[in-house]
Design a protein. Structure first.
Length: 169
């Protein structure tokens, strides 16, 4: 696997796994507790990221937009889970799909992504994975905001802490 692709995406996985571990240590009710925030609950933040990460896996896999769009309902349904443990499991399967896709990629291929609203974009795998990682980072901030509003601390998933952790291994 291309080391650049691997490191970017492994950070994304690490950050979500750390978030899942943290939230599993808190009272179960907070996963679906509704509040007034950018997202109404933790479950909604995670569901959004799950659907969007699936969309981008489709794009990186060079599926056409209509094929991707036809799967959004299925991904949305999959993300309608009742607990952080169930959410972690569907993310774990998605992480594995990304790893399997990236496993044999020896270069940073340039692909074309067509979107009916935004138009065509030519980008590399690492460009698109950087978007997936940035999107995840943004929404982990939403997760922290929801947690704080519910009276709990978030967990730091900054990239530098990932680098420190892998340096120790």
């Amino acid at each position: 696997m291309n080391p650049l692709l691997s490191k970017q995406y492994e950070f994304h996985i690490w950050a979500y796994e750390k978030s899942f571990r943290h939230i599993k240590g808190l009272p179960e009710y907070i996963f679906e507790k509704e509040i007034e925030n950018v997202f109404p609950s933790l479950s909604e933040v995670f569901a959004h990221v799950y659907v969007v990460d699936n969309i981008w896996l489709g794009a990186i896999s060079e599926k056409n937009f209509n094929e991707i769009r036809s799967s959004i309902g299925q991904w949305t349904k999959e993300a309608q889970v009742n607990s952080i443990v169930e959410m972690e499991e569907i993310f774990r399967r998605l992480f594995q799909q990304y790893r399997e896709f990236l496993y044999d990629k020896q270069g940073d291929k340039v692909i074309k992504v067509d979107h009916p609203e935004f138009g065509s974009l030519t980008a590399t795998y690492s460009d698109l994975l950087q978007h997936v990682v940035n999107h995840g980072t943004y929404h982990r901030g939403n997760i922290t905001s929801v947690l704080r509003q519910l009276g709990y601390e978030g967990v730091s998933t900054d990239y530098i802490f990932y680098l420190y952790e892998i340096a120790e291994e």
